[in-house]
Design a protein around this ligand. Sequence first.
Ligand code: ASP
Length: 341
Amino acid sequence: MSNRRQFLQTSLMAATALALPRGAAAGGIDAKTATSNGARVVSTWDFGVGANQAAWPVLAKGGSALDAVETGARWAEGDLCNSTVGRCGYPDRDGVVTLDASIMDGDGRCGAVAALQDIVHPVSVARRVMERTPHVMLVGEGAQQFALQQGFVKEQLRTKEAEQAWREWLKKSEYKPQINAERAAVKPGNKENHDTLGILALDASGKLAGACTTSGMAWKLHGRVGDSPIIGAGLYIDNEVGAATASGVGEEMIRNAASFLVVELMRQGRTPMDACREAIERVVRKRPVASKTLQVCFLALNKHGEVGAFALHKGFVYAVCDAGKCDALLESRSVYTGKPA
Ligand code: ASP
C-alpha cells in the first residue's frame, strides 16, 4: 500500500465489480450472504483489507473470533505504510509515539492499554491485560512495565517519515484533525493524521470479538487518550446482540459512550446501519458546530452476521471478509445529511 489513495481507488473499483451482496450499496450487508462456515470479519478503512486477510485463516480453520481479531490488529500494527496505527504511527506534539488499543470478547472479557510507548503490538498487550491481570486497562509507564514483564520487547517507534512529518508540523504547530475525504482531495498522497483499525469478527461457533488499535490523533497533547482503548467508546461487544467499533475524533465517541450505544440500539431491534446512524445523530446533536469539521465513523456487526456502517462525512471505507473473499472494500455511502432517515 505505497499509495493509499491509489490503493483505495483500485479496491473500490474492485468492490464495485464484485457485484456487492444485497444491502452493501446501502452501507450494510445482510445475513443472507452469510459465509461458508458462518464466520465473517469486518474492519475499518482500506488497511482493513489486509487486517481481514490476516484474520480470515484463523476463522476459516474454526478458530476463535478473539484470536482472529488479535491477528488482524497485529497485521495493521506492523504495516509499514500506516501513519495512524502501530509501528509507523505519527507522534504527539512532543514527538513521542503513544499507542492505544483494546480487545473484547462477547462474554464481556476485555483488556486495554493507553499511551503505551515503544511496543509495536499494543493489542497483544491489551489481551495480556485481559487474560493475566484482574484489571481492564493499564496506561503509560505502567502499561509498558507490564508489557516488558510479559516478554514484549522495547523498540524505537518513531520512523524517519513520521519524524519528518512531525518536524513539518512543528512549523505551524496547528492541531487540526483532517476529514479524510477533504484531505485526499486537497493533497493527494498526503498521509492521514488520524485513523484506527477497528476489527470485528463472528466465528463459526457464533461468538463475537473485536479489537481496536491506533496511534490516536497525530500531534495530540502528550498523555491524550482517545476512544480506542476505552471499552464502550471505541469498542463494544456482546454475544447476545452484536459488536461495534469506531474511528474518527475519539473525544466524540467518549462523550457519547458511542460503541456501547450502537450495541444497545441493536439490542432494541435496530439494524447495524440504523444503530450506527443514530449514534452519528447523537454526536451531531451534542456538538452541531464542531461536527462540521471532524470525522466520526461507526462499523457494526450483529450476531447474525449483518454488517452496517455510518459516517458523519463521506470517505469512510470498511473492509468485509467472508467465505474466503477478503478483498471487498465498501464505501459507507450513508453519511449524515441532517434529514430524517
Ligand atoms: N479514534 C482515534 C482517536 O481518537 C482516531 C481515529 O480513529 O481517527 O484516537
